[in-house]
Design a protein around this ligand. Structure first.
Ligand SMILES: [Zn+2]
Length: 279
């Protein structure tokens, strides 16, 4: 992708790398302990040990590599670019677009949807309208899933922002209601949701192509990533068997097809994965 490292920082990125998702006190808790220390003349803060107190600035001491710095720059860039595009697309439809936050974390994180772990992969939480990613996933994408490249990374992020768009449009809420009403179709509805997020990622990709931000091989990188994290592929490598009943994200072929469809048309209307006969 054509972009410039060290560019503008996104106001929507929450960098929580190196902050423990487990026993984090936060500033409020720290202040209470500080007050107790002053009142009782004892140092309650130091009894906690240095880790996980959540003092501002604590995360800055964590070592980061030049590769990781560049990756964080890229995430800033993609996050803002995708959200500018969605704000335009929704304005075209007479709707406003409240921006999502993106939390970058290491290992584990507290979210509005409960405790999140790196092993779960990137996720979006409708309750706090934040997407969450451990950058280690990008290493996995390359090493374990065989999907390297910056546009593969961009696709993953754009997919999560796609879930935010679904939340903004009320699609997420409607689908959750349907899932509660018809538990037998829970997985099938989940697949349609996920494929729509892939299609929305494609809508953003369409815009990047139009603005000449793509380099040769970028689209293939995204398609490779979409294919690598298809349910059939993941199931086969994990258990040797494929069971479509249990799918929640769709097959490799479906994920690729919907990304392509979004990318071709570049319009939200092209992404009706809930229509009869789809996906
Ligand atoms: Zn998803």
């Amino acid at each position: 992708m054509r972009w410039t490292p060290g560019g503008k920082r996104s106001a929507n990125l929450e960098d929580r790398r190196g902050v423990s998702g487990g026993a984090k006190l936060g500033l409020g808790g720290t202040l209470i302990l500080l007050a107790l220390s002053l009142v009782f003349g004892r140092d309650f803060l130091s009894q906690l040990g240095g880790e996980g107190v959540g003092l501002p600035g604590a995360q800055a001491e964590r070592a980061s590599s030049p590769e990781e710095d560049r990756l964080v720059d890229f995430v800033h860039f993609v996050l803002d670019d995708a959200q500018v595009v969605w704000a335009q697309e929704l304005r075209r439809k007479g709707q406003t677009y409240p921006e999502a936050k993106l939390v970058v974390f290491t290992d584990s994180v507290r979210s509005g949807c409960g405790f999140g772990e790196a092993a779960m992969g990137p996720f979006y939480c409708p309750a706090d309208q934040k997407a969450y990613i451990d950058l280690g996933f990008y290493r996995e994408l390359k090493a374990r899933f065989g999907a390297p490249g910056d546009f593969a990374q961009a696709y993953v992020l754009a997919h999560e922002i796609g879930h935010h768009v679904q939340t903004v449009l009320g699609i997420e809420r409607r689908v959750r209601q349907q899932q509660r009403a018809r538990p037998g179709e829970e997985n099938a509805l989940s697949v349609r949701m996920e494929l729509q997020a892939d299609c929305f990622a494609g809508v953003w990709a369409h815009s990047t192509a139009k603005r000449d931000l793509l380099e040769s091989g970028d689209v293939e990188e995204a398609l490779m990533a979409a294919s690598a994290i298809g349910d059939d592929r993941l199931q086969k490598s994990a258990t040797g068997k494929v069971n479509p009943e249990t799918w929640t994200h769709g097959s490799s072929a479906q994920r690729v097809a919907w990304f392509k469809r979004g990318m071709k048309g570049g319009r939200i209307e092209d992404c009706d994965t809930f229509a009869a006969g789809a996906p």
